[in-house]
Ligand binder design. Structure first.
Ligand code: SF4
Ligand code: SF4
Length: 132
């Protein structure tokens, strides 16, 4: 049993009585991962004798936290890279290297950076898969 570890035992396929905090992640994983998992059945349900033994199910909260943590650090890294490689060449910065447009939320690059990154990553993913 998984007593003593509050992070364990949050199945993808059994949500009755389970905290809803991870429902959206669980459903997204079912669509994207279980749908292609070799252990899933034709109807999309988990084919394991004990679905709760799947590592994705067992560790869902930890997985979500780990991914969100890396993503946050990745976003910070992108912002730092843009500031160093783009803003440093932009005429909007003042003599101290500060940018009023960024502070006012009026630079599209700063405001939409996560979407810009996603768009560029989408192109890269297409190229990597030979679709571009
Ligand atoms: S083994 Fe895990 S990933 Fe595969 S179908 Fe079952 S719950 Fe989904
Ligand atoms: S206007 Fe945008 S690109 Fe230019 S320095 Fe400010 S944040 Fe950077």
């Amino acid at each position: 049993m998984r007593r003593g570890d509050p992070y364990r035992g949050w199945p993808l396929s059994h949500t009755d009585g389970v905290d809803d905090t991870y429902r959206d992640y669980r459903e997204a994983l079912r669509r994207r991962v279980c749908a292609v998992c070799l252990d899933s059945k034709d109807d999309g349900a988990c084919g394991l004798a004990s679905p709760a033994d799947c590592a994705v199910e067992q560790h869902l909260p930890r997985i979500v936290e780990a991914v969100l943590d890396v993503r946050a650090r990745r976003d910070d890294a992108y912002a730092a890279a843009i500031e160093a490689r783009v803003c440093s060449h932009c005429s909007e910065r003042d003599g101290l290297g500060l940018c009023q447009l960024r502070r006012d939320g009026r630079c599209a690059l700063a405001v939409y950076l996560p979407l810009i990154v996603e768009a560029i990553e989408e192109v890269e993913a297409r190229r990597d898969s030979g679709q571009a």
